[in-house]
Design a protein around this ligand. Structure first.
Ligand code: LLP
Length: 444
């Protein structure tokens, strides 16, 4: 059921220290340095398996696949875990595909997304035999058909539909209203044109429809509406072509807690309601239940990592209202957490290697980059005695953290360290200055 904590499963507080699988923060920092993303591997495996089992429990033999949305975070090790857990993976670029293959994911478990897949990406996906390619434009239908012809294959495809739903989330991560670059609008007729075009290519097998309504969504209403609209579209297909499409993919988007009062969505909180909506829509349109797939990304990996920073400087700044704001600068920033700058995302933080009984003061957690917007947490109450050398942990940074990290200011990107059963190991190593310079062509 709901997770009432922003800390992952194997976090505990040992003698005032944040500890992961029993290893205290001070020891983690000493061994791996800061900033570092620490990943609770058991929590990751548990969350991924919960979605797998939840989908199976809800849809039985009509459970499709859980495709882990690897854009949230991927690397060879994580892709390998995905294959061990027995779920699929959603890749949106050649790089994500490369990581999936490096991790040993079977191509039959890979679903390929993207609104502008390159010819090379399409060619590779078709040649290795991925599970499905999700069609996002009319051009792409020609391109995938050409690749299928070239490789003498029949390629399974889905159509990404835009059902015209405003999911209640930040505008930049809301994806299923009409005015977006993704998919084909149902309302405008674009989606139907895509169906008709695909039908002209014998080398394409239209398996069904897909939508992704947005990210960091709580509640089920938007998913229920999407299910109804997609199944209505599948009924239109049945009426025109005399056959039912066998697959429905409802995308990802399940929200997680970033702040202590928030609650992470768990599979059991949403899948029964979504399942009911799918069954009701099937009854309404006289359709057999299709297989139902989903693509959670954030919800699987987000809660499983925290970032550990070290405080470098602390400064009391008198602000406009005459009060003092404590600026706490850590050794990372917008290069490892772009989400605050991009989406006004909110995070929680705590001193990680000690407790403090000092009164809290209004504080701002900032990074080391050369701009004012380099903020990790805009407003937080932290103890007044935070000093250089303190460790700061920010929980729930697993999704779109390391995966959106940059080298701004020529900062090497942090490593990812997986911790399980009291043992820690690097799964993505820290970048070095040599890595940064490795792409430079020698002096001209
Ligand atoms: N499927 C498709 C087709 C998607 O585009 C996405 C995310 C997902 C699944 C996974 O959504 P999730 O379960 O992770 O919410 N960088 C933003 C989020 C962008 C999401 C893009 N698409 C952020 O940091 O909030």
């Amino acid at each position: 059921m709901s997770t009432a904590s922003i800390w992952s499963k194997n976090i505990s507080f040992v003698n005032g220290e944040v500890a992961l699988s029993g290893i205290p923060a001070s020891q983690l920092a000493a061994e791996f340095g800061t900033p570092t993303f620490f990943l609770d591997e058991d929590a990751f495996r548990t969350r991924a398996a919960a979605w797998r089992d939840g989908l199976k429990a809800e849809f039985g033999d009509k459970a499709g696949q859980v495709f882990y949305a690897s854009k949230a975070f991927t690397c060879t090790a994580v892709a390998h875990w995905i294959s061990e857990i027995g779920i699929g993976i959603d890749v949106a670029t050649g790089g994500e595909l490369a990581a999936a293959l490096a991790g040993g994911v079977d191509p039959s478990q890979i679903e390929v997304h993207g609104n502008n897949k390159s010819l090379a990406e399409i060619d590779r996906a078709v040649s290795i035999g991925v599970h499905t390619i999700v069609m996002d434009s009319l051009y792409e239908i020609d391109r995938v058909a050409a690749a299928a012809r070239k490789h003498s294959k029949r390629q399974a495809v889905l159509i990404r539909l835009t059902p015209g739903i405003e999911a209640h989330t930040h505008e930049s991560i809301s994806t299923a209203h009409e005015d977006v670059k993704f998919g084909f609008s149902i309302a405008s007729g674009a989606a139907w044109a895509a169906v008709e075009k695909i039908a002209t290519f014998p080398e394409l097998e239209l398996r069904g429809v897909h939508c992704h309504i947005g990210s960091q969504i709580f509640g089920t209403e938007a998913f229920e509406m999407a299910a109804d609209r997609l199944l209505g579209f599948m009924a239109k297909f049945r009426d025109a072509y005399g056959a039912e499409l066998p697959e429905l993919d409802l995308g990802g988007g399940y929200g997680i807690a970033y702040l202590p009062h928030e609650i992470t969505v768990e599979p059991a909180d949403v899948l029964p309601t979504i399942g009911k909506a799918v069954r009701e829509a099937c009854a309404k349109y006289s359709l057999a239940l299709p297989t139902v797939s989903i693509e959670p990304g954030r919800n699987i990996v987000g809660p499983t990592m925290f970032t550990l920073y070290e405080v470098g400087t602390v400064k009391d700044v008198v602000i406009e209202d005459g009060t003092v704001r404590k600026y706490i600068s850590v050794d990372g920033g917008m290069s490892d957490n772009a989400r605050t700058a991009l989406y006004d995302a909110e995070y929680f933080a705590t001193i990680a290697q000690r407790t403090s009984s000092a009164p809290t003061v209004q504080s701002r957690l900032v990074g080391k980059h050369c701009e004012t917007g380099d903020i990790i947490i805009r407003d937080i109450q932290l103890p007044s005695d935070v000093i250089p050398g303190d460790l700061i942990a920010t929980p729930a940074t697993g999704a779109y953290g390391r995966s959106m990290a940059s080298n701004y200011n020529h900062v090497p990107r942090p490593p990812v360290v997986a911790v399980i059963d009291g043992k820690a190991r690097v799964i993505v190593r820290r970048e070095t200055e040599a890595d940064l310079l490795a792409l430079d062509v020698a002096k001209m």
